[in-house]
Design a protein around this ligand. Structure first.
Ligand code: GTP
Ligand code: MG
Length: 627
């Protein structure tokens, strides 16, 4: 590695001019990871003829399957200036889905500026607002990229206006509004500063990064200091602390001070040091100010701690991130068919796994409950919870997951709840239906814009509670055409009652195997979640009733064998295909007294109380208590 190039700027600050640290932030799917691909390609990260995968940074299985980024990750590309000097640009790719916002907050602590990327047709959406608000709070300089300008429905000028409006809405200072704009087609790897001149490479973007994102500032007299911003594990060296070095330098094997979150300072020895080159880690002997490095050797280090000079340890302040807004219970599997296909069944195994998750996942919290086999897991949203559960079932766990609930807090003795900013795009004719859906959920219409294409965009502020289970109804009401997204906005005083699901569940009344015969008669009154030939047990939810109440059904009924054919049309009643629920949909669907059984092979919905007599008793008691 070449020696860092230091300069002293006008204000007398020393800067590491051979480095730039930048994060790419945006709403989901606007093209961040695709842009990182193109940056890597053009920086010569891949050998000639190497097989290239798309979205190379989305390396987790679930990221590839879902087509979204879940964890923030960093890459580094080298850019040669016209004078021949080389600059290393560390790029942090962040997730755009609101549930993984904690990753964005963490990513921002590593960088000196951001690329705010906005889709040329979709414009700013709730998560654009969320991430920009976070970047502005840290006063990070912004480069605006309008991406996907190749889209036939691109509306570039309008989208830029919307971005300016967003900045004003977030009370931006003058210097924050003076951002450069780069127009890109990330998929083709092109960028231009002038729409009349189509781009041919990303060079204009690299140039803009060098001029807009300040080189890392450092104090040459300050003792060594590095902030731990992320954790990773390596099978060779164990836990890795991802650090942003603020001042000084650190060498392999060096003794340092480890300033812990609890305020204590311990002596520690640096193991191996890795620096990022392209999308890979390479071992280096030392790292200096401004760099992002992965350091091994300290097995219990966690996010937010500081590595510092042994003789003059100065801890950095701990960066707080938003609290989780949703919680659910996670317990061992208590269904009658527990243990059939999983191999991690005990409370101790669940606890150990949750503890491991807490170490690297800063936006999750886990609390004990009064039951030794049950925990309360708190996260930013349903998808984040579902991703954790999905990872665990793939590892062999069997679990019982309770209904997600919003997390409330007391502010000045008043109960407050999280409120989300919801944006929906729907064909004009469905506008009324969407408003009708949101009214009982206490949604307040904030803005409405009509792009003159037959589609409207509505923005609401809705208590997070009101959005639980909303997506399914929204898709039904808009005939599957509507697009929605939401992101945390603020805490507000409790809004009062929100109307729950207006349909009950169909519940199996015995253990057995479902039959086509029983299903044909039940399907007229309901939507079924499973096909004939499925094993069920008493208390398992098999479908959605068309009425508000739950209904116990015998879905295993066999046709009575008689000598006479009762009807010639016996086998002609067609079976409606079942609505198979994904884990997320199952979590959305369940009511207060229901839960989801998750095993490596299946997702089943069930009543918390399985026995129908006992359940009927409880329902009656609840009714009496209400009256
Ligand atoms: N037409 C067009 N499509 C693009 C362009 N850039 C990206 N896409 C497509 O947009 C989709 C989303 O791209 P990603 O790069 O995964 O988006 P992302 O912002 O990383 O998404 P998250 O990480 O989940 O927030 C992919 O299907 C890309 O192929 C572009 O310049 N033009
Ligand atoms: Mg991505």
């Amino acid at each position: 590695m070449s020696a860092p190039h230091m300069i002293v700027d006008e204000s007398g600050m020393t800067r590491v001019d051979s480095i730039r640290n930048v994060a790419i932030i945006a709403h989901v799917d606007h093209g961040k990871t695709t842009l990182v691909d193109a940056m890597l390609r053009q920086a010569g990260a891949f050998r000639e003829g190497a097989e290239l995968t798309d979205r190379i940074m989305d390396s987790m299985d679930l990221e590839r399957e879902k087509g979204i980024t879940i964890q923030a990750k960093n890459t580094a590309v080298r850019f040669t200036r016209t004078d021949g000097s080389v600059v290393k640009i560390n790029v942090v790719d962040t997730p755009g889905h609101a549930d993984f916002g904690g990753e964005v907050e963490r990513g921002l602590t590593m960088v000196d500026g951001v690329i705010l990327l906005v889709d040329a047709s979709e414009g700013p959406l709730p998560q654009t607002r969320f991430v920009l608000r976070k970047a502005m709070a840290l006063d990070l300089p912004v480069i605006l990229i309008i991406n996907k300008i190749d889209r036939a429905d691109a509306r570039i000028a309008e989208v830029i206006d919307e971005v300016y409006e967003l900045f004003l809405d977030l009370d931006a200072h003058d210097h924050q509004i003076e951002f450069p704009i780069v127009y890109c087609v990330a998929r083709d790897g092109t960028a231009t500063l002038d729409l009349d001149e189509p781009g041919t490479s990303l060079a204009p973007l690299f140039e803009t990064i060098l001029t807009t994102i300040p080189a890392p500032a450092t104090d040459p007299l300050h003792p060594f200091q590095a902030r731990v911003t992320n954790l990773d594990a390596s099978s060779y060296v164990g836990r890795l602390a991802l650090c942003r070095v603020m001042h000084g330098e650190v060498k392999r094997g060096q003794q340092v001070a480890w300033c812990r979150l609890d305020g204590t300072v311990e002596r520690a020895k640096i193991g191996v040091i890795y620096s990022t080159e392209n999308h890979e880690r390479v071992e280096v002997d030392s790292v200096g100010a401004g760099e992002i490095a992965a350091i091994s050797g300290i097995d219990e280090i966690t996010i937010g701690e500081t590595l510092a000079d042994l003789d003059d340890p100065r801890p950095l302040e701990v960066i707080l991130i938003d609290e989780p807004s949703l919680s659910m219970t996670m317990a061992t599997n208590s269904s009658p068919v527990a243990g059939v296909d999983g191999d991690k069944l005990t409370a101790r195994q669940v606890k150990t796994r949750l503890d491991a998750e807490l170490v690297g996942n800063v936006s999750i919290r886990v609390n004990p409950t009064e039951r030794p086999d049950t925990w309360e897991v708190m996260a930013r949203g349903e998808l984040q919870l579902a991703v954790l559960v999905e990872m665990m079932r793939r590892e062999g766990f069997e679990l019982t997951i309770g209904k997600p609930r919003v997390v409330t807090t007391m502010i000045n003795d008043v109960k407050h709840e999280p409120v989300e900013r919801l944006s929906v795009d729907v064909p004009e004719e469905h506008m009324g239906a969407v408003q009708a859906l949101l009214a009982p959920r206490r949604g307040r219409l904030e803005t409405m814009s009509n792009h003159g294409t037959g589609w409207v965009r509505l923005e609401f502020l809705v208590p997070a509670r009101g959005l639980l289970g909303f997506r399914t109804q929204f898709l039904t009401e808009t005939r599957g055409t509507g697009i929605m997204s939401h992101s945390f906005e603020t805490m507000e005083p409790w809004a009062g009652e929100v109307r729950p699901r207006d349909r009950g569940s169909l519940v199996a009344d015995r253990r057995g195997m479902t039959t086509a015969y029983a299903i044909t008669s039940i399907q007229e009154r309901s939507t079924l979640f499973l096909a004939p030939g499925t094993d069920v047990y008493e208390g398992m939810i098999v479908g959605e009733n068309s009425r508000v109440e739950d209904m116990d059904v015998n879905i295993c009924r066999e046709k009575k064998l008689t000598n006479m054919r009762t009807s010639s049309s016996d086998n002609t009643v067609p079976l409606t295909p079942p609505r198979l629920l994904s884990l997320e949909q199952a979590l959305e669907f369940i009511a207060e007294d229901e839960c989801v059984e998750v095993t490596p092979a299946t997702v089943r919905l069930r009543k918390v109380v399985l026995d129908q007599t006992e359940r009927a008793k409880l329902t009656k008691q609840a009714k009496q208590a209400k009256a």
